[in-house]
Design a protein around this ligand. Structure first.
Ligand code: SF4
Ligand code: SF4
Length: 264
């Protein structure tokens, strides 16, 4: 994303809209500028604000005049008064930022909006996680924090080393050049995104070793990590996971229960 320096009147309205804190007023230029290293191309600023077409010279003049009388001309808070926020033409690899950060972009690897798949929410139909298996979602990043692909790769490589099976339809898996080693494409490693989800599965008895590895690696990453593990319950609704997690000392809550109503 960029800000047209000819049009910007430094009202500051776009600053709180950016989930990455990537927009700031350059006091020397008296214009808003985007830190392109931190910008994840989420389009929140461009799409989230109304664009008015006031004349920048006129607005600057009014602001200067009012300032003399200790008054301010401020547009409504959700408005860029001069339509100064301009999307860049994104090429590879920068375009990957938008694919993982703009929730209305359809990811070509999944055909759905956003950064993951349906995970196990439809497992009663897809059977992606079978009997005796555990499915995992590892989520990296958050608004204001984000995540670099190089950090995601540290985790995927560490997990590949203990013999997991990456979900083939997941967008991060789609970025791997070798699913056996968890190696991502070199040209995306220095791209930052808002967040990403890595999905994979193992035999349920491997849950402790996987969670310990995730715990170890997450401490070395420049982002936040959260983990979900799922499995199939027996007919009484009991899950082998409960005992495993309690024995290993992990605190957990049962977040979602899929009742199987999708099963034809
Ligand atoms: S909202 Fe528009 S005019 Fe105001 S600081 Fe941002 S880019 Fe500049
Ligand atoms: S595209 Fe998103 S991250 Fe980039 S400046 Fe706009 S709001 Fe911030």
């Amino acid at each position: 994303m960029q800000i047209d320096q000819q049009k910007c009147v430094a009202c500051g309205n776009c600053i709180p809209v950016c989930p990455m804190g990537a927009i700031a007023i350059d006091t020397g230029l008296n214009r808003a500028v985007v830190n392109t290293n931190e910008c994840v191309e989420c389009y929140a600023c461009f799409r989230g604000m109304s664009m008015e077409k006031l004349n920048p010279t006129l607005v600057r003049g009014i602001r200067r005049l009012l300032k003399i009388f200790r008054l301010r001309f401020d547009p409504e808070p959700d408005v860029c008064p001069t339509s100064a926020i301009i999307p860049d033409e994104l090429s590879w690899p920068r375009v990957v930022r938008r694919a993982f950060s703009d929730p209305i972009v359809t990811h070509e690897s999944t055909g759905v909006h956003g950064r993951g798949t349906e995970e196990v929410k439809t497992n009663d139909v897809t059977h992606r996680v079978g009997l005796g298996e555990a499915g995992y979602v590892i989520e990296f990043g958050r608004p204001t924090v984000g995540v670099w692909f190089r950090d995601i790769e540290k985790m995927t490589r560490a997990l590949a080393g203990i013999g997991i099976e990456f979900e083939p339809r997941n967008p991060v898996t789609h970025m791997m050049i070798d699913r056996k080693t968890g190696k991502l494409r070199d040209d995306i490693l220095n791209e930052k995104i808002l967040s990403a989800i890595v999905e994979f599965k193992t035999a349920v008895e491997n849950v402790p070793v996987v969670l310990r590895r995730v715990d170890e690696v997450s401490k070395t990453l420049d982002t936040v990590v959260s983990v979900g593990v799922s499995t199939r319950c027996d007919v009484e609704g009991n899950s082998a996971l409960d005992g495993i997690l309690a024995e290993e000392g992990f605190s957990y809550v049962r977040g979602k229960t899929n009742l199987g109503l999708g099963h034809a």
